[in-house]
Design a binder for this molecule. Sequence first.
Ligand SMILES: [Zn+2]
Length: 656
Amino acid sequence: MATGACIVARLVAGARPLSPAAAIVLAWAGLALVNAGCIAARALPHAGLRVRALNHLFDAGQLLFLGLVCGLAVALWQRLAPRRSWLAPLGLSLVAVVLALAILAPDLDNFALRMAGRERAALLAATLAVALAQAVPLAYLAGRRMARSRVRWIAVAIAVVAAVVNTQILPVDYPGVHAFLAWTAATLAGAALAGTPSRWHLPPAPRRVAVVVTAILAGATVAIDPGNAVRVELTRLDSALLAAHVPPWRGEVDPSQYGHIPIPPELAPWFAWSADAPPIAASEPPLLPPDAIVLFFTLDSMRAEVLQNPANHELLPTLHRWRDAGFYVPRAISPSTVTRFTLASLFTGLEVPQLRWARDSATQGSLVKEDRPRVADLLTARGVTTVHVISQFELVNHVNKIGRGFSEEIEAPIAPGDRLAYAPAVMDAILARLRQHGDGPLFLFTHFMDAHHPFDSGDRKGRAYARHVSELANIDRELARLDAWLGEAGLWPRTLIVVSADHGQAFGQHGVQHHGGPPYEEQCRVPLIVFGPAVAARESPCDLPLLDLSPTFLELFGLEAPGSFVGRSLVPALRGEPPLCGRPVLSTTWDVFALLLPDGVKILDNRRKRTLEVYDLHADPRETKNLCDGDPAGCDARVGLLRRYLELHGAIPAPR
Ligand SMILES: [Zn+2]
């Protein structure tokens, strides 16, 4: 870093001492070097030399472009502004405030919404942004104070640490925070480096040529589109500040332009408008008795792999026993990688983008304007007792209307100091309610939140994955308690248990340690188990959408499914018929859409970053070889399919 910095210093400065303008350019060049290290350290197993080289070139060029803009601003300031020591930090503060309101405040929106509610969220986000923006002038003042002999290198070291931290925190989101952290680091280093004695001296003419050539190259990396493959890799680096924001790279998607893309005949029924389709009647004979008890449990973040990994067998004995004795879909696909989106989708039977989302609750997305019938509405209207045992505030109906229609809501008690009710308390509430239940039909739903980042409610030792599984083991023990109680109470003949998850979880795959991001396999694949005496043991031969549960719940109680429901009832499959394979399945998160085709091809359309990815999951289950790189025409045809599917199933944007 020091050598590189020195070379750039000599090229840009050419005079001693180092001018403030040259120092700030140098500082941004330092950020580019940190990023270059990050890019070089990444695996990119299939990216190839060209993509790698362009990745380096465009990232360095874009950061240098920002550096040159800063350098030009500093040079103009020095030439034009009056010489007052307080004026520079004041000017910097004003520029930072304007930029913070534009790019930092949106990152703080959700936090502000939680803290202050809808009425005052915008004001709080703006206030926080203005306050955080002061980091830039403060970094300038600190850098000026440290701009002497060896002390300045302490400032540079702090800036380097901040730049490295910036590549590691808040992955795949918060572009404004990343931009401000980078700017603050560059300002600290630039202010400290100004005045550094330089032994090199470049004559004015070559210096001008060097600056012009650098400016042209840097400008080119902002004006030219490097192509999808480079964009995909560049936008995965959060400290590549401009990658997702360069204007020529962005453009509105017009799905109608894909009208010419042919739909394969076997997929055509799933690309037809179904909103006005007639309801689908329940099949005969009924799978369950009239006083059926259906218990539906979702386990937060339980990805499909958890029940396929032999290492977890002893830790999760109940889930494995139910898996082996019931109808098991090893790889079901969740409609979203976000809890409330998936649950909303399951209870309405619609794809997430089809729902009318409003942004007026403390939980970002709300269904107050979505008046189409929910599974619980329909069951309650038919006389089924519908009970929602709630482990976390977010799922309470009055908060966001996602759990609308249940005839009873029971909030499991939350221990003092805890943020949610854990499995033992939740199971106590479930068993207490089951003990009260008499003869009628019952549908009971609970979302267990135990197994969730930061994975601190189970075994606190070991890596994140092990801690996560230990939290699932806590739930498994409670399910065993339920299993035993149902036996003692003699209720098993009436009972059917459905266990799944709202989404998966990434443990470093695709560079992230969370869920809620793009629906890569680790985030959208979940297990699905349907267990009870009425169901024969078998495993689904194909992937199935979790949305099949919505009409399934209705059919289990003898109700027809609305024609608009996207999924198809699993009841025939539970009875022993083959499940309905061969359908396209959608999974989404904010402005990112993935469509999985029956032939194992998966298409990802990231509208936020304007990147396209196509993977062949049979040959490349880890989604590392983007087929768009080598086959633009094939990529286009596949993406066209996804966009035609979305045009049909998703006109309403999700909240942000
Ligand atoms: Zn969740």
